[in-house]
Design a protein around this ligand. Structure first.
Ligand code: PTJ
Length: 267
């Protein structure tokens, strides 16, 4: 497939490379049309947080890793965008925290489920739940097609990682008593607000970092991990993320030009 060539000297090379991966995912039937739009919304928030992992997100990742390691049935839920951007990291993380992978889509079609499962298997996944008839259970509280889940996965999970989402499912899963970890650049989204824990970061940066943190923590005592897992206040976490965006915007508003500030931070 012909891809747009991106010069490594382009000032926004990394961001453009991520876009290309999504566009390729769209062409191969992995990413939904709405997934491209959703990415644009994420990019806008990435500008606001400074396009880097904040100390706040790192703190959340440590607790997220503990939640997954302390869980009996951790599941990583994968949609089109997550598959196109971080399929390999998803597989690596499942190995560190002994989680299952389940495909769960908002814009559901068997073709997309199969294409996503193939991408995950090519990335090293041994088992992919939720494809076709496998998602035979229904969560009544969810209005969208996301209500269909795998009885071996999300239905019995006690901790679910949902890298970029729509809010209804997160709310329903939390109501069912599950711990829901969201990765979402937008701290104002319904998903971010309803989750047990929200990592306000780009999944492209967050997934490899979360995996490294989990690898370091996995030899810790389970009880200690359990205590760490319940030590989190998501309201406080979101307040910090919003305060950080607010502080950055206030500083930028004083200067007027964002690019000048970028230049100054390099010297
Ligand atoms: O593959 P499907 O059919 O399950 O559909 C997936 C999408 C993403 C289309 C669907 O879940 C959806 O419509 O999501 P929303 O409601 O648009 O929410 C997506 C959220 O992800 C928004 O809050 C974005 O800010 C955020 N987001 C987008 N790109 C990233 C991101 N967060 C972290 N990293 C990103 N790269």
């Amino acid at each position: 497939m012909k891809q747009t060539k991106i010069s490594p000297r382009h000032p926004r090379a990394e961001s453009l490379r991520i876009r290309e991966r999504l566009i390729e995912g769209y062409k191969t039937g992995v990413v939904a049309t709405a997934g491209l739009v959703a990415h644009g919304r994420g990019e806008a928030f990435d500008y606001l947080i400074g396009e880097e992992t904040t100390s706040n997100a790192l703190k959340a990742m440590k607790v997220a890793a503990a939640m997954l390691l302390a869980a009996k049935h951790p599941v990583i839920s994968v949609n089109g965008n997550a598959a196109a951007l971080v399929a390999e990291d998803v597989v690596k993380l499942t190995k560190e925290v002994k989680a299952k992978i389940e495909v769960n889509l908002f814009h559901r079609s068997l073709e997309r489920e199969v294409a996503i499962a193939k991408l995950l298997r090519d990335a090293g996944a041994k088992e992919v739940l939720g494809v076709g008839e496998a998602s035979s259970a229904k969560i009544r509280e969810i209005a969208s097609e996301r209500r269909r889940v795998d009885p071996k996965g999300i239905l019995i999970a006690d901790a679910v990682l949902v890298p970029l989402e729509d809010g209804d499912r997160t709310e329903a899963l939390v109501k069912m008593g599950k711990r829901v970890i969201a990765i979402d650049l937008n701290p104002l989204s319904r998903t971010a607000q309803f989750a047990t824990l929200t990592i306000v970061d780009n999944i492209d940066r967050a997934m490899p970092t979360l995996t490294k943190i989990a690898a370091k923590l996995r030899t810790e005592d389970k009880k200690k991990l359990g205590r760490l897992a319940i030590s989190f206040d998501n309201k406080e976490n979101l307040r910090e993320a919003t305060k950080m965006i607010n502080g950055r915007l206030a500083a930028l508003a004083k200067k007027g030009t964002y690019l000048t500030i970028l230049e100054e931070s390099k010297t």
